[in-house]
Design a protein around this ligand. Structure first.
Ligand code: SF4
Length: 213
């Protein structure tokens, strides 16, 4: 026994509890702020390979900062693992349209691979289309023919590993989407191309519905 007093979630402790919860939420908000990337004139690889409308609203709509634990858990685990895979945690890639950060380049049995690490609630049977497109961008921009997407299940660390071949045609499609997004941003018009697999957790649903009607 250490003699500490256990305070539980009772009404008479409501003020204390709300202060403690605020401390924790504020820490998560600060983590997001510290890890936020500046947007530039170039389209980010994750913007061009995800929902283009989401990318548009993210750049044009100001959101009240909030503690997003879903993103926080994913980013924190992702960054912690990468830190110990390579001392260069990310590799900056850039061309005239796109820019981004590949997680790592690893060499296994004499062959180089672009490594893309994802944390997930449940392991997928096959890699998500947007993740293939993302790693394909890095492979094309780095001139590496093979990529590996690793999914790590957050609850127990189980993993699924997928090897991806470089696809120049898919890269052309992504570049076209990036140019289209840039045009939409320049013209202040939300893009028509969207990826609805992300809608369930999108903070821009209201704006998206309004602009569609
Ligand atoms: S609600 Fe869905 S389609 Fe609309 S911006 Fe968000 S993710 Fe994209």
């Amino acid at each position: 026994m250490n003699g500490g007093k256990i305070v539980n979630n009772r009404l008479d402790n409501a003020d204390l509890i709300s202060n403690v919860l605020k401390l924790i939420d504020d820490a998560v908000i600060k983590y997001h702020e510290a890890n936020k990337r500046e947007t530039t004139d170039k389209i980010h690889v994750t913007e061009a390979t995800g929902c283009l409308r989401y990318a548009y609203f993210r750049r044009t709509v100001e959101l009240k900062p909030e503690a997003n634990y879903y993103t926080f858990m994913g980013t924190a685990i992702h960054d912690a693992i990468l830190k110990f895979i390579t001392d260069r945690t990310e590799i900056h890639v850039e061309n005239d349209v796109l820019e981004g950060y590949a997680d790592a380049i690893v060499e296994i049995n004499g062959r180089k691979y672009v490594l893309e690490l994802k944390t997930v609630k449940r392991l997928p049977q096959k890699p998500y289309k947007s993740h293939i497109e993302q790693v394909n961008c890095y492979m094309n921009m780095l001139g590496i023919d093979k990529g590996i997407i690793v999914y790590v299940q957050r609850s127990d660390g189980n993993k699924a590993v997928f090897v991806v071949d470089r696809d120049p045609d898919l890269f052309t499609v992504t570049l076209d989407k990036a140019r289209y997004l840039k045009k939409c941003l320049d013209e202040n018009k939300p893009p028509k191309i969207k990826d609805e697999s992300f809608c369930f957790m999108c903070p821009f649903r209201k704006q998206c519905e309004k602009e569609s009607s």
